[in-house]
Write a protein that binds this ligand. Structure first.
Ligand code: ZN
Length: 241
């Protein structure tokens, strides 16, 4: 389905470079027609559903992992984006500098609404940020992305093993992942990576439970939610759920 006319440019990452004045005008005209049941701020890429949006992310990740990204130059859409944004995906990821969201999905500015916090957990401000995007941009997919060798999760494991609390507000970051660390204890394989994957699932469930805006969007079919896990060595994202 990622070969449809609407999704192909996004999946191939060449939306902007190939955008002629006519294409831009056509996009603007299409964007003027709200999607069914949506009052305002229709998506710039009408017709993309959650599955197509997820596939566009995964297609970009494949390009990145294979060392053949095609996005760029990253300033290409700057003028277009002055008047607004219409990201096709929402991603909650970790602050870790090795997991730059747009880079690993080979997407340009304006394509992904990103919330990043160490340990990729969601507090009220994080959820509020996602609700803002769900409400205003109608992005069809939300991906919570954890990763291997996550420092926040490793700190959580050390704490559960009896280590001291981290200084300052760092312990707030650790405390947020401790429930997942405890859930994953004793499972086969690497405790921290298992905990990081559990943390993704818990975070996703927590967002849905805490956010009526998100749960309503899911119930109406306007939003698909998934968990993902990024492998530092291969560069590949695996969809967990
Ligand atoms: Zn991390």
């Amino acid at each position: 389905m990622n070969d449809s006319p609407e999704t192909q440019p996004i999946g191939r990452g060449d939306f902007v470079r190939r955008a002629s004045a006519a294409a831009v005008a056509a996009t603007a005209a299409a964007a003027a027609a709200p999607a069914p049941g949506m009052a305002a701020s229709p998506p710039v890429r009408p017709g993309m559903d959650g599955a197509q949006a997820l596939q566009a992310l995964l297609d970009g990740n494949t390009r990145y992992a294979q060392g053949r990204p095609i996005c760029g130059p990253l300033t290409a859409r700057r003028a277009e984006l002055v008047s607004g944004q219409s990201p096709f995906a929402l991603v909650l990821g970790c602050s870790d500098s090795r997991v730059p969201i747009e880079t690993i999905f080979d997407q340009e500015p304006g394509s992904i609404f990103v919330v990043r916090v160490a340990g990729n957990t969601a507090d009220a401000i994080g959820i509020g940020s996602l609700e803002y995007a769900i409400t205003n941009f109608k992005s069809p997919v939300l991906l919570v992305l954890g990763h291997a060798s996550c420092g926040a999760v490793h700190a959580g494991v050390a704490f559960v093993q009896g280590g001291p609390a981290a200084p300052g507000h760092i312990q707030d970051v650790v405390a947020a992942v401790v429930p997942a660390v405890k859930e994953a204890e004793g499972r086969p394989g690497d405790w921290a990576d298992n905990a990081a994957m559990q943390n993704v699932k818990d975070t996703l469930a927590g967002i849905v439970a805490a956010s009526k805006i998100a749960s309503d969007a899911i119930a109406s079919g306007a939003l698909a939610v998934h968990g993902g896990f990024y492998d530092l060595s291969s560069g590949k994202v695996t969809v967990l759920s």
